[in-house]
Design a protein around this ligand. Structure first.
Ligand SMILES: [Fe+2]
Length: 171
């Protein structure tokens, strides 16, 4: 017993339903979307057998849908990239499952290794490239489902820091 605490449970805790959070079937918060991606990443049997690599065009597969969200599996052979784009009105979570990817945005370039997660809000502009020598696999959760991925003509290059009020990037 914890004699240092004044807090004690009297009676059966299961009889206090207002203290219990029912388990949600589907994620609704950023943390829950990131958690869903981590859970899928940890269960290789869910995604590894499905992965294909296509050197001629980007390969992607819709792994799961839920109310208001979609989960996509993407592969990247060396040299493949997304081009500079945003995600329309969708926000999302990118999780690296295998290999290594480079993400470029106006804030600079970062290397994503296995387990890395990037959370971005609607309107975030970036470019993802496999500039390694090995294939890579990534998992993308979009909320709402991705219906529009406008391409941008300007390259994503790091610029001098801007004042936050003028910075359109949100992630
Ligand atoms: Fe993206």
């Amino acid at each position: 017993m914890n004699s240092d605490s004044d807090l004690q449970i009297a009676g059966d805790i299961l009889e206090v339903p207002h203290l219990l959070q029912p388990a949600r079937e589907h994620p609704v918060t950023v943390a829950e979307f990131a958690g869903l991606a981590r859970a899928i990443a940890a269960d290789r049997a869910q995604w590894a057998p499905l992965v294909q690599y296509d050197a001629t065009s980007r390969w992607y597969h819709r792994l799961r849908t839920g109310p208001g969200y979609e989960v996509w599996l993407l592969s990247w052979v060396p040299g493949q990239g997304s081009g500079v784009h945003d995600h329309g009105r969708s926000s999302g979570v990118l999780t690296l499952l295998e290999g290594r990817l480079t993400e470029r945005s106006r804030r600079g370039s970062r290397t994503l290794t296995v387990g890395a997660q990037r959370v971005f809000a609607a309107g975030y502009v970036h470019e993802v490239v496999n500039d390694s020598l090995e294939p890579a696999v990534s998992l993308h959760v979009y909320h709402p489902g991705l219906t529009d991925m406008p391409m941008h003509t300007a390259r994503c290059e790091a610029r001098a820091p801007r004042k936050p009020a003028h910075d359109a990037l949100t992630a």
